[in-house]
Write a protein that binds this ligand. Structure first.
Ligand SMILES: [Zn+2]
Length: 236
């Protein structure tokens, strides 16, 4: 990759390139915290969701390949996802580092990321892990309620409850829960997503870059603790 020389230089000059890998289950607030860290640290927030959307508009051979998988409904293979992240790391705005969100999802991807970073003389500096008990994840992920009269009227039984149980504050219509948000669906999703995530968590723990932070506290406190850990403990 031609622009790899650019990042290699950035890593050597000062050695302050920070590769932050956000870890956390769905409902842990990982995306929100990644956004806040990105702003506080002046680094780009790179989520795989956004990378995939960018590939829709991009005109490179890699983008064409990715679109092929997406259009056929097939899972995009690891090496392609890794190539996407590899490419993203060579962008100018990533010269001082990135906050990765949604990648790596598996140990194979984590190993590929390490290999890719090693080639440009750098490594993962920190893997902050927002730890939330499964019961709380379930409560957060199943709490959404939607107005039957207007789907823009959104509530959450814990975070943003209506004044009257099950009734829209704005128009008095009944609230309902999407099937996607039902306990069975959410539990099924967690059963599928958590085991590979725990393997990646263990991988980073054994590499001494895992920083667990309790996620069952106000978001501002989580951010503060994350920044403190990254600034005091993370290798640059
Ligand atoms: Zn309503």
């Amino acid at each position: 990759m031609t622009s790899a020389a650019v990042t290699g230089t950035a890593a050597r000059n000062g050695g302050t390139r920070r590769i932050i890998v956000m870890m956390g289950a769905p409902g842990a607030g990982k995306g929100t915290q990644a956004e806040r860290l990105a702003e506080a640290m002046g680094l780009p927030h790179v989520s795989t969701g956004e990378l995939f959307r960018a590939m829709r508009k991009s005109d490179t051979p890699l983008a064409e390949q990715v679109r092929g998988y997406m259009d056929s409904g097939a899972l995009v293979p690891d090496d392609i996802v890794v190539a996407m992240v590899d490419d993203r790391l060579t962008w100018k705005d990533a010269a001082n580092g990135v906050i990765l969100d949604g990648f790596p999802r598996t140990v194979a991807q984590a190993e590929a990321l390490d290999g890719m970073l090693a080639r440009v003389g750098t490594a993962v500096s920190a893997a902050p892990y927002i730890e939330v008990p499964t019961e709380l994840l379930l409560a957060r992920l199943t709490g959404r309620r939607i107005c039957t009269a207007d789907d823009q009227h959104l509530y959450h039984v814990v975070a943003m409850p209506p004044k009257r149980d099950g009734i829209c504050d704005i128009d008095g219509a009944k609230l309902y829960q999407r099937v996607d948000d039902s306990e069975d669906t959410v539990q099924g999703r967690l059963d599928k997503q958590l085991p590979p995530m725990f393997e990646v968590v263990d991988y980073y723990a054994s590499n001494n870059v895992l920083f667990p932070v309790p996620g069952d506290q106000p978001p501002a406190d989580v951010t503060e603790e994350l920044l403190r850990l990254i600034n005091t403990k993370a290798s640059a």
